[in-house]
Structure formats: C-alpha cells, structure tokens
Design a protein around this ligand. Structure first.
Ligand code: SAH
Ligand code: SF4
Length: 358
C-alpha cells in the first residue's frame, strides 16, 4: 500500500476502528484499546501502543498512520496567550491560539481557538484568512490534532491542565465543513477520549443560514457565536459578502430557529470599527434587530490586519461608550477581553506572515 493511501487514525471514531480491526482479523476489544491510544492518550506514533502486540502494531503501521502535524512556530504573548502555527502533511499551514484563564482554581481553564479549514472562501474584507482565499477543508483528524498537539506542548511546559474549552473561531467557516467539524466535536467529547463537554465548545459562523439550521436540528448543546459586525444590510454587505446571500432578516430567522431548537443563548461577535459601525444610530438598529432574542453581544475592537488600513480601531473610551449605550438600550453587551494582540492574535495573521516570508 502506498503512503498516500494509508488511513488516518485520528479521523476515526470507534465504529471506524471496529470496522478496521475486523478487516485486520482482530477481536472487537482491540478497537477500544486503539481508540484510547489515539484519542485519550493522543499518541504521536503507532509503535507507542504497547499493549496491542507487535503483530498488530506492524499491521497498523502498514495500513494506517497518525498523520504528521508539525509545530512550525510558536509565539507567546505577554499575557500568556500562545499562538501555534502547524504545518500539515501536504505543506499547508493552519493556526490555533491557546488562551489561559487563571485566577480562582475553579475558574482556571485552557481554551483553544481552533481552525476548521485551510483558508476561507467567505471573503470578509477585515479578515486575514478571508484575504488569502480558500484552500481546502481540514479532516476531522486534523481538527482534533490541534487539541492533541497543544496538549503535548502544555505537558512539555509543565502545565497540568489540558485543553478543556474549544472555540471554533480559528481559520475557516466551520459550517462549510460541517461533517468533519461534527465528527471532531464528537471525538473531543467522547467519554473514552478528551471528555470535553459540548457546552464547553463554541462554534462561530459568519451566518451560513441553511447549515445553521442543520446544526440546530442536531440539538447539540454547543454555543453558537454569530459574526454580526454590522447593524444593517448595507454596512454588513460592504464588509461581509455572505450577507448578499443571507441578509440580516434571514440570518435572524436562522438564529431564532437555533434558539428554538437548542434553547441556548446566542453570542454575537461585533468587531468595532471606528466611524463605520460605532455610531448612536447603530445602537438603535441593533436593538431593533435583536429584539426578543436571548443573546449576548461581544464587542471586539477590530484587529488591524495587513492591507486593511481602512479599518481603524476605536480607542478605549469610544469602545466603552458604545458598550454603555448598548447596555442602556437594554442589550447584553460586553467588551471581549483582548488576548494576544502583540502576537498577531487575530487568526490568519501568523499564517499570512509565514507564507510571505517563504
Ligand atoms: N468563519 C467564522 C469563524 C472564524 S473567524 C466566522 O466568521 O465567524 C473568528 C472571528 O474573528 C469572527 O467573528 C470574525 O469575524 C473575527 N475576525 C476576523 N478578522 C477580524 C479582525 N481583523 N478583527 C476582529 N475580529 C476579526
Ligand atoms: Fe472566513 Fe470568518 Fe474570516 Fe469571514 S471572518 S473570511 S467567514 S474566517
């Protein structure tokens, strides 16, 4: 069997492994052992799976692989946020960002912001990933590998807390790679794997309404974050081409449907851009738009990205005033704690840099 045709173990769930081992003439209990090595212990090589026996290890090495997922670069921010650039088997790069929340023991957590696609087809004009265009979907194995490899890094650094929260807010539009994303979510949630609660996972979308409804129908307890960024269609379409396809009325209908199906509060992301979407009339438009929806607005001062000089970040005072005005209008709103801005914290920025350097 050629290298390219080897099966990717990290993309396999228990059913896939049961079928694989049956094909290899192995007893069923081996599937659970294999699953534990791959998804709980997160081994990086097949020959680490001691209790499978030499013969099976040799067979697995012949037919399967743990796809290499190489750490290419790591940047550490002053606030402890770390950004990882990984090189995939085919030479593409993806990024993820680790945010450490400390303080009270009970509140300590390591949250990983992960990618779901190499690049993105949605073309939002303020986004570094969007500027680079779409390359390909990531496999379920590549999606979970971000968590497993960062866990290895954490262990090396002596951090005993593995990744316990996931935000699908890295590169790519997760709803356009929904099958692989949902498989990865199930693998990360598996009681025999990392056991990360679905409630500890957030999926962020730019608003692909039909797939929002598909996700809603799964009735998962996942937090949905919607990238809103503008309070009316004219402004939103000017920076987010997806709005031409699914304008605000449809997006809001999709949000209401998600809420009806899951009973979950929805988070809206709103990148605040000076002079663009931060005016008093925008507060009123947001109030009308979000009426009746149980939601929270995360206000994020826009991250400056190369070639987007037109998007300037409002100063601290302006941000605070906008949030206050939203609150006075009866909306749940807060400023999103900024992390890692000194290390190109906005997703897609580090990859963009490395590609340019080559
Ligand atoms: N494609 C999905 C998820 C990945 S983007 C989505 O768009 O929701 C993650 C978040 O970062 C989104 O809310 C996106 O709009 C935001 N973002 C992208 N570029 C940004 C920038 N320059 N400043 C602030 N937020 C940005
Ligand atoms: Fe894609 Fe999200 Fe960036 Fe838009 S903001 S281009 S949807 S990754």
């Amino acid at each position: 069997m050629s290298e390219a045709a080897k099966k990717d173990l990290r993309s396999m769930n228990l059913d896939d492994m049961t079928a694989l081992l049956k094909e290899l003439g192995q007893p069923a209990f081996r599937a659970k052992q294999l699953f534990g090595w791959v998804h709980e212990k997160q081994v990086q090589r097949i020959d680490e799976m001691h209790n499978l026996g030499k013969a099976l290890i040799a067979k697995l090495e012949e037919t399967c692989e743990i796809v290499p997922f190489a750490l290419e670069r790591k940047q550490v921010s002053k606030d402890g946020t770390e950004k990882f650039l990984f090189k995939l088997q085919d030479g593409n790069y993806i990024e993820c960002v680790l945010m450490r929340y400390r303080g009270d023991m009970s509140k300590q957590r390591n949250t990983l912001c992960i990618s779901s696609q190499v690049g993105c087809a949605m073309g939002c004009t303020f986004c570094a990933t969007g500027q680079g265009g779409f390359v390909r979907n990531m496999s379920a194995g590549e999606i979970v590998s971000q968590v497993y490899e960062v866990n290895h890094q954490l262990a090396e650094e002596g951090d005993t807390l593995p990744v316990g929260n996931i935000v699908l807010m890295g590169m790519g539009e997760p709803l356009l790679n929904l099958d692989n994303v949902l498989k990865a979510v199930a693998l990360l949630n598996d009681p025999q794997g990392q056991q990360i609660g679905i409630r500890r996972m957030t999926l962020s979308t730019c608003g692909v309404v039909p797939q929002m409804k598909t996700l809603a129908d799964k009735k998962l307890d996942m937090v949905l974050a919607v990238s809103l960024h503008a309070p009316n269609d004219a402004l939103r379409s000017s920076v987010m081409p997806v709005n031409n396809r699914y304008p605000l009325a449809e997006l809001m209908e999709g949000c209401r449907y998600y809420q009806k199906q899951t009973k979950n509060r929805i988070s809206f992301e709103y990148a605040l851009i000076a002079g663009f979407n931060d005016q008093p009339e925008h507060v009123q438009q947001l109030k009308t738009l979000l009426k009746g929806l149980d939601c929270h607005l995360n206000i994020i001062p826009v991250n400056p990205v190369a070639n987007t000089a037109q998007f300037s970040r409002p100063d601290r005072k302006q941000v605070a005033a906008f949030v206050k005005a939203l609150q006075n209008a009866g909306l749940n709103a807060s400023v999103r704690e900024e992390k890692g801005t000194d290390i190109d914290g906005a997703c897609g920025q580090l990859r963009g840099k490395v590609i340019k350097e080559q």
